[in-house]
Structures are given as structure tokens and as C-alpha cells.
Design a protein around this ligand. Structure first.
Ligand SMILES: Cc1ncc(COP(=O)(O)O)c(C=O)c1O
Length: 343
């Protein structure tokens, strides 16, 4: 049921407009009605926010995040960005794209899977001129980044280590408060006021729920886990980020620990582990809607949704709002497994 709004849309918009930012994303992203997938599953209506289509170097949710992050880096007077992230990381790719847009140098400490060929996101980092340092998971990545920063300083430049700053933690929340404004407008236009948001743990999906809390909207939410991790810690992080973002944007309402259901069982045994259910979800969506999901994030989120629909949790009167948060390049890092998969 819709409750009384604690703040107006215009006030939220004004707060967002006050945050420094460089604009490059193709937004608003489309909201699509996936009738063929819904028909195949025989369950609820499935609306999809196409944030894979944000435009920057194969898109994804992080194109929005980095509009705020790169403005923050430039304001700090930095000319080199150093970032530590996993071989599979979409963030590592969009950070590279952000550095190209901002005109600064990018050094990536890429962790894990050092023997795997340069493919997917890592290949795109290379194309965009990022300097890639591959180190095994066992090596101390922070110490490695610090030594890179010392070297950069000795060349008379001013490095920023992204992982040492707290701002990147909240930029994803800020960006998806804005995506919430877009989504509300799009849902209003088609006369839908009650949705169940579906996506992944992290910043984007919880931020949509936080946005709806501020306006008293009838939006419930599920976040599927993409790696095995402790639920309590996930909840605490989610609430802490919402508080920081609320402070920055002067929003009256934050997230409560139980506002977003956390759904386990679809990540596989480790981050970026291939799962049969995600591979099935990728094929099913590609063959019903001609849209590509990814094996590490959106394929897993969709596999959770398919499971819940098949188990009868959602019926024809329900409306799911699935967040397609991107991740496309890693399809190509799983080329052999996906090519061999036949259900
Ligand atoms: C494609 C994709 N979706 C979702 C997430 C979840 O995290 P967040 O919402 O904080 O970006 C990630 C994180 O890297 C991601 O790459």
C-alpha cells in the first residue's frame, strides 16, 4: 500500500543536482515488458529496467555510479586512478572508461585467475588504455597498489587509490536514487504502482528500495546473493550505505535491515563460479527476449527469479521489476562453458 511521502520528487531531484557529476550515461534507460519470458514461465508480469543499456563501454549500472565518482576524483585534483579488483570485475572496466572520459591515467591491479587469457572486461580495460597489473589472490593487493602509488608520485603525478576512499561506497546508492526517479516516472506512465524489485545484493537494488521508502511507494524488494557471504554483514553494509547516502542527499528515510529480502542459493560455491541455473537463465532470456544476461551477476539474479516463479511464489497478479544491471562482457570469458552448455 502506498504511504504518505516523507519528501517530494522535486526535493530529491534538487539534492541530486547538487552532487558534482560528469554526465555520459544514456539515461533514462528503457523499461521493457518481457511478455514472452513471462508467458514461457507462466507467472507474473516481468518489467525490466535495462541498465545494461547505459551506453558507456558496454554499459551497466556502474556507468551511472562513475559519473559521480569521476567528478569526485577530479575535484580532489588527482590525475591517476589506481583500482584493485577481480579478473571478472565490471567495475574495473567502467573505471577505465571513466578515466578515459575524465582524461586521467588508469592503473588496474587485477586479482585472481592470472593464467586466464585477457578476455571480457579485462580486454576492454586494455583497449581503453588501462595499465593492467595481474597478481594472484594470495598476493597483498593493497601493498601492491601502495607501491604503484609511490612510483606514480615519484613521477610527479597525484594518484588516487579508489579502494582507500569511502565515497565509492555511496556513489552507487546516490546513482540509483536517481534511477528510482526514472523508474517511478516510467511506472506512472504505464499505470503500475505496486512492484516487487528484483536484483542483486550491493548498492543499486537496495537504493531503489530506499528511494521508494522516501516516497512511501508500494515497492518490495529481493536481492539475490552473487557470492557466498554472511547475510548479517550484508544487511549491516546496506543499512550503513543508506545512512551515508541519506546524509549526503538530505533524505529523511533510510533502509531498515529487513527492507530487502536477501536470497541465497544461486551464487554457486564462490564468486564468479559457473552455475547451471545461471546458464539456463542466460539461454532462456536470450531465446525469449533477445537480451543477453551475464554469468556472474544478472544470470544469477534471473536464475533466482525463475526458481521462485517455478515454485509458485509469484502469480499472474504480481509485477516483478527486474533490474538488468549489465555485466555483458563476461559472457565472453565463459565462451567455452557457454558454447558447450546444452541444458
Ligand atoms: C553487473 C552487476 N550487477 C550488480 C552488481 C552488484 O553491486 P552494485 O549494485 O553495488 O553495483 C555488480 C557489482 O559489481 C555488477 O557488476
Amino acid at each position: 500500500m502506498t504511504n504518505h511521502p516523507a519528501i517530494t520528487v522535486e526535493q530529491i531531484r534538487q539534492s541530486l543536482n547538487a552532487v558534482p557529476r560528469i554526465r555520459w550515461s544514456h539515461i533514462p534507460t528503457p523499461l521493457e515488458d518481457w511478455t514472452k519470458l513471462a508467458e514461457r514461465l507462466g507467472g507474473p508480469r516481468i518489467l525490466v529496467k535495462r541498465d545494461d543499456a547505459t551506453g558507456l563501454a558496454y554499459g551497466g549500472n556502474k556507468s551511472r555510479h562513475f559519473e559521480f565518482e569521476m567528478a569526485h576524483v577530479l575535484e580532489g585534483g588527482f590525475d591517476t586512478l589506481i583500482n584493485i579488483n577481480n579478473f571478472h570485475s565490471n567495475q574495473a572496466r567502467v573505471a577505465a572508461a571513466g578515466c578515459v572520459k575524465a582524461g586521467i591515467r588508469y592503473l588496474l591491479v587485477s586479482t585472481g585467475e592470472v593464467d586466464r587469457p585477457i578476455q571480457g572486461n579485462l580486454l576492454l580495460v586494455k583497449l581503453m588504455g588501462g595499465e593492467i597489473h595481474r597478481i594472484p589472490e594470495s598476493e597483498d593487493a593493497s601493498a601492491y597498489a601502495r607501491s604503484l602509488a609511490d612510483k606514480v608520485r615519484s613521477e610527479g603525478r597525484n594518484p588516487y587509490i579508489l579502494n582507500d576512499d569511502s565515497f565509492p561506497e555511496i556513489m552507487g546508492t546516490i546513482a540509483f536514487i536517481e534511477a528510482g526517479l526514472e523508474l517511478k516516472e516510467q511506472l506512472d506512465a504505464i499505470g503500475v504502482d505496486r512492484v516487487h524489485l528484483w536484483g542483486l545484493t550491493g548498492r543499486s537494488l537496495p537504493a531503489l528500495k530506499m528511494f521508494s521508502n522516501n516516497l512511501g511507494l508500494d515497492w518490495s524488494a529481493t536481492a539475490v546473493k552473487y557470492s557466498p557471504s554472511d547475510d548479517e554483514a550484508l544487511r549491516e553494509t546496506m543499512v550503513a550505505r543508506s545512512r551515508q547516502a541519506a546524509e549526503l542527499l538530505k533524505l529523511p528515510v533510510t533502509l531498515e535491515p529487513d527492507d530487502v529480502e536477501i536470497l541465497d542459493g544461486f551464487s554457486g560455491p564462490a564468486y564468479a563460479a559457473a552455475t547451471d541455473a545461471a546458464f539456463e537463465a542466460i539461454h532462456l532470456v536470450a531465446q525469449t527476449e533477445a537480451v543477453i544476461l551475464d554469468p556472474n551477476y544478472t544470470g544469477k539474479s534471473m536464475s533466482g527469479l525463475i526458481d521462485q516463479i517455478r515454485n509458485g511464489r509469484f502469480g499472474k497478479d504480481d509485477t516483478i521489476m527486474f533490474l538488468h544491471s549489465g555485466g555483458l562482457p563476461q559472457v565472453f570469458a565463459f565462451n567455452e562453458e557457454l558454447a558447450a552448455w546444452d541444458g
